[in-house]
Design a protein around this ligand. Structure first.
Ligand SMILES: Nc1nc2c(ncn2[C@@H]2O[C@H](COP(=O)(O)OP(=O)(O)O)[C@@H](O)[C@H]2O)c(=O)[nH]1
Ligand SMILES: [Mg+2]
Length: 232
């Protein structure tokens, strides 16, 4: 009997690509630089956001979309910094998608926003497969997770423009070999940048902040809509 192909997964991904392209068009018109921030649970995504907001507030307009299975804990942490934050609850879903971002955008006033950071659901697998319309993907790996993660979950490390190796303050207490992480990351993604940081101490933040500021400047220049008419 002839086999019948069932292209279900591809169709889901294609539908998502269409929505992601719509999001991207909207971000580009508004000149907003958008990051899709991914990691396993607890690697330090929200801590990175808190420290980054502290460093850039006043110079760069920031908004955040938070993705978690349940709760609004992370959005509340960000709101305490005086920054707009919208929480998406996926109710068991292991990643964000383009449609969820469209819905979240309807709750954000983009006026004056230069940088939108989307904290994806904590997971090193599925978030890597779904574009959201972001300009760059950033992955965090904490040294407490072990230096074998890039080998075990290669896609996540192949697709990121920046890999942040976090919690370097904990290195004396782990057997993590950061050189091995760098070597595997370079092999998987030769053009990717790797920054070693500690969200606890602030060590290593300067190159990360510089990278963001450069990108924000680039995207501001390309803004085609009025910065005061971004809310739709
Ligand atoms: N020692 C240390 N702990 C950190 C660092 N960054 C985050 N943490 C802690 O790791 C835990 C998880 O951080 P969180 O930002 O919530 O991770 P997320 O789940 O990826 O958003 C929290 O207890 C943070 O205080 C770091 O650089 N060093
Ligand atoms: Mg978080």
């Amino acid at each position: 009997m002839a086999e019948i192909a069932v292209p279900v997964v591809r169709n889901i991904l294609q539908a998502n690509e269409r929505l992601a392209s719509e999001n991207r068009r909207r971000f580009d018109e508004a000149g907003i630089f958008v990051i899709n921030l991914m990691s396993s649970p607890g690697a330090g995504k929200t801590s990175l956001l808190e420290k980054t907001i502290d460093a850039l507030a006043g110079r760069i307009g920031i908004a955040v979309i938070e993705g978690d299975l349940q709760s609004s804990c992370d959005a509340e942490r960000i709101q305490k910094k005086g920054v707009q934050a919208v929480q998406i609850n996926t109710d068991g879903g292991c990643h964000l998608d383009g449609n969820m971002i469209q819905i979240a955008l309807s709750a954000i006033d983009l006026t004056g926003v230069d940088l939108l950071i989307i904290e994806n659901v904590g997971n090193l697998v599925c978030p890597a497969e779904f574009n959201l319309g972001e300009h760059e993907k950033v992955t965090i790996l904490s040294v407490a997770e072990g230096d074998d993660k890039p080998v075990k979950y290669p896609l996540m490390f192949q697709i990121c423009s920046v890999l942040l190796v976090n919690k370097i303050d904990l290195l004396p207490y782990t057997d993590c070999d950061v050189a091995k992480i760098r070597q595997t990351a370079k092999h998987l993604n030769p053009a990717g940048k790797v920054f070693e940081i500690s969200c606890r101490t602030g060590e290593g933040f300067a190159p990360w902040l510089y990278w963001i500021e450069e990108k924000v400047r680039e995207h501001r220049k390309n803004r085609t809509s009025s910065p005061h008419s971004d809310k739709r």
